[in-house]
Ligand binder design. Sequence first.
Ligand code: NAG
Ligand code: NAG
Ligand code: NAG
Ligand code: NAG
Ligand code: NAG
Length: 437
Amino acid sequence: MNTWRALSLLALLAAAAAAAAVAPAARRLAAARPSPGDSGCIELDSARLQNIINGALAQLEAIAAIRERPDGSGPKPEGERVLPADQFPNSTDPGSGLWLGSQASKWTAGYLADCYWRAHALTGDPAWVELAAAELPGLEPVASETDNHKVSHIFDSAVSEAIAARVPGAPLQQYQRVLQTAAGSLAARYSDRVGAIQSWNDIGDPEFDVIIDSMASLKIMFEAAAVPGGDPAWAGMALSHSRKVAEEHFRSDGGTYHVVRYNPQTGAVVWRGTHQGYADNSTWASVQAWGVVGFTHVYNATRDPAMLATACTAADYFLQRLAEADDGVPLWDFDLPKAVQPWKDSSAAAIAASGLLRLGPLAEEPLYTAAGAQHVASLADGYLGWEGGGQRVAAVLRNGTFNAPKGLHSTGLSWGDWYFLDALSTLQRLGNSTACA
Ligand SMILES: *[C@@H]1O[C@H](CO)[C@@H](O)[C@H](O)[C@H]1NC(C)=O
Ligand SMILES: *[C@@H]1O[C@H](CO)[C@@H](O)[C@H](O)[C@H]1NC(C)=O
Ligand SMILES: *[C@@H]1O[C@H](CO)[C@@H](O)[C@H](O)[C@H]1NC(C)=O
Ligand SMILES: *[C@@H]1O[C@H](CO)[C@@H](O)[C@H](O)[C@H]1NC(C)=O
Ligand SMILES: *[C@@H]1O[C@H](CO)[C@@H](O)[C@H](O)[C@H]1NC(C)=O
């Protein structure tokens, strides 16, 4: 693709965002339209897109080949590289580039299932449905666990997509039941006093923390409420939670805090800061991107204009700060002092791509769609697990950074892969004409 043109688009977006901080997002972005003569197209043609999709599917096939099925079905892989049935891939090993796994009760456990669902969306091949469905028995018992808000991440990725896909013969009622159990577990962590779902720590803990990551998969509350037998209160809780995050997590510049801590007795904010970002007042790139995705999905579910405005605020800030990146992929935190742990985070760009490609049509703003396509092109230019120099990585994307302060950086990440596959399937659906602003 044409990097110069791509970067000039980002620079224009950034300039416009900075110049008119109070204008509505759509107007601000309209002012940034590339001038006549510059087509503004992202050069990710259908041949290149198909090439990326094929590579990504090959990476997933390689996981399936070494995966012991949690439901006991399927081939029994042998050898050192087996991924045991009770281990769900979360990140790749920095040394070998091969997948590591963690238990079903970790927030990352559902992403492999959804990568399989995305592969089905990309190909229509029922073999992927079988693989995805085989993951569910290993995850299902976790749906009733209430020790933190993990069930939203796990069952958005593993089950919500399964319901939406409406595959003939799929156990739809079982999926719906699991989704409702998960929604009930989140509801158990909701506080009327705070008006939000507690993300971490036991229910009743004096530190009532809400993390912006909670927005990512909140849509399961709306979906579960709409299923026969669902509790309509779940949708109200999710909307209240979203409004609270929109009010309290955003700084006036559109950047976000990772964590807001409330006093559960009074509902008052007692602290704002970070857990894995660079500093309490910095903006951790991947959670800013989760704001884009999360508010987009909540707007789609509610059509509440404030949710759309918040999604646009999150997106505008992400694009404005991304203009500082040399290759269209951000460092793990937007506020890193020069030369401090300068690791890239491909997952942040992938999450943003998934959100922007959905937000563009909803906001009727082609520049968001073009920016989402741009993120995919930038990732494809230097971050594919099977391409580029150096070590091959078993993930679709390399250079994901999850917790740089703890040394977890520059690996494949299962959720980065999921969001990237989601962006690829949206692009495939839209066709490449929409990659032009
Ligand atoms: C994935 O699991 C492994 C082993 O349990 C752990 O060392 C690693 O930090 C986990 N990665 C993430 C991103 O949580
Ligand atoms: C964060 O706070 C520090 C210390 O008060 C300040 O130097 C820095 O500029 C702030 N950064 C941002 C992004 O606001
Ligand atoms: C990308 O990941 C590789 C390991 O796969 C690492 O050596 C390199 O430093 C990372 N680059 C950046 C810019 O984060
Ligand atoms: C909005 O929600 C509908 C119904 O769940 C879904 O089909 C559609 O894909 C969603 N749109 C976006 C942009 O995510
Ligand atoms: C995408 O663009 C390429 C090159 O301009 C063109 O040949 C191809 O037909 C387009 N595909 C779609 C689906 O629009």
